[in-house]
Design a protein around this ligand. Sequence first.
Ligand code: NAD
Length: 485
Amino acid sequence: MSFLDYAPAPESRAIVSLKDDYGLFIGGEFVPGHGSSFRTISPATEEVLTTVSEADASDVDAAVQAARGAYDKVWSRMPGAERAKYLFRIARIIQERSRELAVAETLDNGKPIKETRDVDIPLVAAWFFYYAGWADKLDYATGSKNPQAWGVVGQVIPWNFPLMMLAWKIAPALAAGNTVVLKPAETTPVTALLFAEICQQAELPPGVVNIITGAGETGRELVSHEGIDKVAFTGSTPVGRAIARTLAGRSTALTLELGGKGANIVFDDAAFDEAVEGIIQGIFFNQGHVCCAGSRLLVQENVHDELLQRLQRRISTLRLGDPLDKNTDIGAINSKAQLDKITELAQSGVAEGATQWQADCALPSSGFWFAPTVFTDVQTSHRIAQEEIFGPVLSVLTFRTPDEAIAKANNTPFGLSAGVWTEKASRMLAVVDKLQAGVVWSNTFNKFDPTSPFGGYQESGYGREGGVPGLLSYLRPTTGAAVKK
Ligand code: NAD
């Protein structure tokens, strides 16, 4: 420990009490699944947290039937103002249990407690509050009389923001009048199961929300079930493509939120201190397990050396380790499989001729860890410039003119996010206009708000989450007469 080091400041985990094993949440109750069980571990220590059920085809069917019954008999008949009361109640319980949820998420996912405490869980509550406000105003959102929900929605989410992705899916779906069956990722089921308890606590009518755990096979059963009216998926591009193939030719609606390879563009007139913080926020927030991460840094050639020097100095001060420690900046990689993927892609960067720099930090002996990494001398053809790494690895490229920056930023099969750093508003607006990305931040990065739509182009998927567009994607397209205002 150096003389300026921090003393350990671990958050207590006593607030979380998990059962030894969990069943599936179907029809308002926890019921045993018919598949085998599997364990979920803390990726920081490899300690087993709890055992969960793997839903098989019969469990998926039971969950879809429960959602259908709740839709037909209760939820579709309930006035929006009544649905809103349940959503407000859920939002308030999330706030009341926020510390518990933050610790549980950090344990199961490996992300730092300061992120779950200050970002994930507050946004989860905000998402429910925001969509609760829309539940009785659907005619104003659509501009038509009597807008119709899809009915039963099947939702599948990834492991990088487990409870936040759940909120992005469930809050607008319920506000619009749908019932849901949601499957969390196999490595992060814990907070979805705690959310099931919150639904019980809020006395949500049974069957309105059903949570089934399991891996890819369970997800495949869910999205291909004939009783589902709409599928909402967030995850990798290959799985999104497979789902689109399954649903082709059916009337089932589909939205896909997939991968990304965001460009963070820094011009020579940018405020460097702020840009360095934004670059770090863009790629090291949540260990880079972020679909909209700024994983490609495009820096104007004349300031490359100075910016890189400042960036590396700042990265060297990031603290990697116990995710429950309130001082930790970089937590654990979520799984061994993800660590192997990051390692393989980083090795390809070295093999293809890029220069690798890693922060000099000790990695804990158990769990899954990857030191913050920066690649320079990256060519646009390198795999690390093209493929999503989904880890704490930054690929740096250079440009000379705004046109070259735009061309390089758009040279990707994805189209989810981008960032532009410059002090000139005219330059910012001119560049932003030409970037093919669903969200573009300027002089900041990775900012989320429930009122702001989020989604991608090209291989990043289609459909929007957040804001009014996120609500509309849970309603059938309307052809009816306009509402008289
Ligand atoms: P993944 O596609 O492997 O898994 C996502 C979910 O799909 C998991 O719950 C998994 O069990 C399930 N699944 C796997 N195979 C399936 C199948 N054949 N049918 C149905 N479901 C199936 O992705 P991941 O590794 O968990 O998550 C990382 C990916 O998610 C990254 O590519 C990331 O960019 C993307 N992501 C996108 C957004 C966004 O909003 N665009 C947000 C977060 C993550």
